[in-house]
Design a protein around this ligand. Structure first.
Ligand SMILES: C[S@@+](CC[C@H](N)C(=O)[O-])C[C@H]1O[C@@H](n2cnc3c(N)ncnc32)[C@H](O)[C@@H]1O
Length: 245
């Protein structure tokens, strides 16, 4: 019974993630969704910046604290280990939904292209960014990354192994293609507003800090020398910025 509840929990968490992920495309791209980054009632600039910074900080804190090995250890000492990744995904998705819901638009335009061809190219790059994000999850291990492997293995009384250290495909080009995909999707817009720029700037800073000071430190501890060699040979996020020795 307990295992089937964990299974259900993991499946629900995955579906909440899917909704949050798909909504993110509409939110950042100002397409289809009822409330996007540039829509909704506008208030004063200071109030909007204040609220938006708090919203992004909630996401950053949740995302970083729950990814720490110490937090995982604590979680696993109380709950089933099979629920850890699903809980991470569920709470990350809820933090995203809070952003979509409470985001304060600031629609002053920073740049805008009226050239329809250029606008289509930029929109194409925007979608390419999301495609890179999705493909990267499969290059690591989509099912493990989103907690599904853990809940299915739990049914079979099996422990899910850590994903294999990936250095191929997009991971040959940069060490963090998934983050590169996000950066492309957040910056590639034919119309950049102050609100969107604030979102892109804060998320960019967060991505660089989290990857350099948290994720890579953990990866070095787990993978060791192999990861250090990988760091020397492959650029962190911006392709072609490292000379091969
Ligand atoms: C959301 S994914 C992001 C991966 C990577 N930062 C990127 O942008 O492509 C985070 C998980 O990927 C794992 N990870 C990062 N680089 C990896 C690699 N080269 N091979 C396997 N797993 C990796 C981390 O340990 C972490 O659990």
């Amino acid at each position: 019974m307990k295992k089937s509840i964990i299974l259900l929990y993991g499946i629900v968490a995955y579906f909440v993630f899917l909704i949050a992920f798909l909504y993110a495309i509409g939110f950042v791209g100002n397409i289809i969704v009822p409330k996007s980054i540039d829509t909704g009632a506008e208030t004063t600039m200071y109030f909007s910046v204040f609220i938006n910074v708090i919203l992004l900080s909630v996401f950053a804190l949740q995302h970083s604290i729950m990814a720490r090995p110490k937090f995982k250890e604590w979680f696993n000492s109380i709950f089933s280990q099979a629920m850890e990744r699903s809980t991470y995904i569920l709470l990350s998705s809820l933090a995203l939904i809070l952003i979509y819901w409470q985001w304060q638009p600031i629609t002053t335009i920073v740049w805008e292209t009226e050239n329809t061809i250029l606008s289509s190219i930029i929109t194409g790059i925007f979608f390419l960014g999301w495609l890179i994000v999705l493909l990267s999850t499969f290059m690591i291990n989509h099912l493990e990354l989103f907690g599904l492997a853990q809940i299915f293995d739990n049914l079979k009384n099996k422990q899910t192994p850590n994903p294999k250290f990936q250095t191929n495909y997009l991971y040959k080009l940069v060490r963090h293609p998934l983050m590169l995909g996000f950066l492309i999707a957040f910056w590639a817009t034919p119309t950049m507003t102050v609100g969107h720029l604030l979102f892109a700037l804060i998320t960019t800073i967060y991505i660089f800090v989290a990857v350099k000071y948290l994720e890579e430190k953990d990866l070095k501890k787990v993978i060791g020398k192999k990861y250090e060699t990988y760091q020397k040979e492959v650029p962190m996020i911006i392709p072609f910025t490292k000379n091969k020795r």
